[in-house]
Design a protein around this ligand. Structure first.
Ligand code: S3P
Length: 171
């Protein structure tokens, strides 16, 4: 990185399908930092998939676990941490991230998000009803909150490597 992030974790936030994991992995590789995926860590801690956690215990239980796991991970020092789309929306988690990390919002438009979420299956929020209507509602509700991140990166549907370079240039 050009600028010293002071050993703080870099936390990638944004909606489902915006590329948090793919971009986060490449960013970590370029910066020679460990990459951590919060959703994977939640699944590991619960010994269940995200779908199972939602189905067996409900969203509130998932959110409580998410909060705890992220608080723990943020204590691990320099890393690139990709978070699930709802993590930064929780006020307690957001304050903690703002306090100890550098946050990067990957902003993407609806068609890009919709194209990318069809590929993966850990998204119980999109399972019922009309996924596009749900996504549109999440954009409305969450974009003003993601905007509180330290850095906003507009994906413009660019290749991940271009996005990673832009992030590094702005660190
Ligand atoms: C969620 C996003 C998912 C996962 C869970 C809830 C959300 O992560 O944490 O399904 O509330 O936006 P991704 O953003 O990695 O898909």
């Amino acid at each position: 990185a050009k600028k010293n992030v002071g050993g703080r974790p870099i936390v990638v936030v944004g909606l489902m399908g915006c590329g948090k994991s793919s971009v986060g992995k490449r960013l970590a590789f370029k910066l020679n930092l460990p990459f951590v995926d919060a959703d994977d860590e939640i699944e590991r801690a619960a010994a269940k998939t995200i779908n199972e956690i939602f189905a067996d215990h409900g969203e509130a239980h998932f959110r409580a676990g998410e909060r705890k796991v992220i608080a723990r991970l943020l204590g691990n020092g320099p890393q690139v941490l990709a978070t699930g789309g709802g993590a930064f929306i929780n006020p307690e988690t957001r304050l903690r991230i703002k306090d100890v990390a550098v946050s990067v919002w990957l902003r993407a438009e609806l068609p890009v998000l919709m194209r990318r979420v069809s590929k993966r299956d850990h998204r119980p929020l999109l399972r019922d009803g009309n996924p596009e209507a749900t996504m549109r509602k999440l954009i409305e509700e969450r974009y003003p909150i993601y905007a509180e991140a330290d850095m906003t990166i507009d994906s413009r549907d660019e290749p991940h490597d271009v996005i990673v370079t832009e992030i590094i240039n702005r660190l």
